[in-house]
Design a protein around this ligand. Structure first.
Ligand SMILES: NC(=O)c1ccc[n+]([C@@H]2O[C@H](COP(=O)([O-])OP(=O)(O)OC[C@H]3O[C@@H](n4cnc5c(N)ncnc54)[C@H](OP(=O)(O)O)[C@@H]3O)[C@@H](O)[C@H]2O)c1
Length: 187
């Protein structure tokens, strides 16, 4: 199974504006790219704080979508909103989560943040590729892409592709040096 970190970042490596939740600085082009790219994934993993920002959207969905795994230290408190196979809450460590998804036959996992969860998966060496949109803004604060220390050996990537989403918005496809390339989906 491939784990792909998807994120939109400012030029100074922030994934939110200071004091705000959600990637409100993302361009319309990035939002369109993100929605289209997600269709290629059969599961997604995110932190509870990120899930909070899409909870209503997920609750309103009809039909079968990809599995969302939400990481929280208190999964029992979310029992009422859990839907097995669609929205699951877990306190497992990243390695156990990835092993469990692989054992269930999932093939492509979107790692959707936020900063704490990106850091945890990067630190564990579990991120195979990063599809990173860089928006042409400096925010000077906000949630960092990797919120904390990452083992240096797990924090190195190789540039595979780049694409302009808009005149000043760049999409970068990085892969771990020891993993095969995973091409960006066609626009
Ligand atoms: N620009 C982008 O591409 C992008 C992408 C994703 C998210 N975001 C934004 O980033 C913000 C959220 O980022 P964040 O770093 O604050 O939070 P986060 O990574 O989304 O979630 C943090 C939460 O995850 C749980 N958690 C963290 N470490 C854990 C561990 N070791 N074991 C069990 N649970 C653990 C905890 O949940 P509990 O408190 O429930 O225990 C913690 O509060 C949101 O505003 C979101 O919109 C931006």
């Amino acid at each position: 199974m491939f784990v792909v970190l998807l994120a939109v970042s400012s030029l100074d490596g922030r994934i939110t504006r200071p004091g705000e939740s959600g990637p409100g600085f993302a361009s319309p082009e990035d939002q369109a790219w993100f929605s289209a790219a997600l269709r290629g994934f059969d599961c997604a993993v995110m932190g509870r704080a990120t899930f909070d920002t899409i909870r209503e959207q997920v609750a309103a969905e009809t039909g079968r979508r990809r599995l969302r795994v939400v990481i929280t230290r208190a999964p029992a408190t979310h029992a009422a909103e859990a839907r097995p196979g669609l929205v699951e809450f877990t306190a497992e460590e990243p390695r156990a989560i990835v092993a469990g998804l692989r054992a269930r036959g999932f093939r492509q996992c979107a790692l959707l943040g936020g900063g704490q969860i990106y850091r945890a998966f990067l630190d564990a060496g579990l991120v195979d590729a990063m599809w990173l949109t860089v928006e042409p803004v400096v925010l000077g604060g906000g949630t960092p892409l990797a919120d904390g220390v990452v083992t240096p050996a797990h924090g190195r990537f190789v540039l595979e592709e780049m694409r302009l989403l808009a005149p000043s918005t760049l999409l970068l496809n990085y892969r771990r040096p020891d993993r095969p390339p995973l091409r960006l989906p066609e626009p």
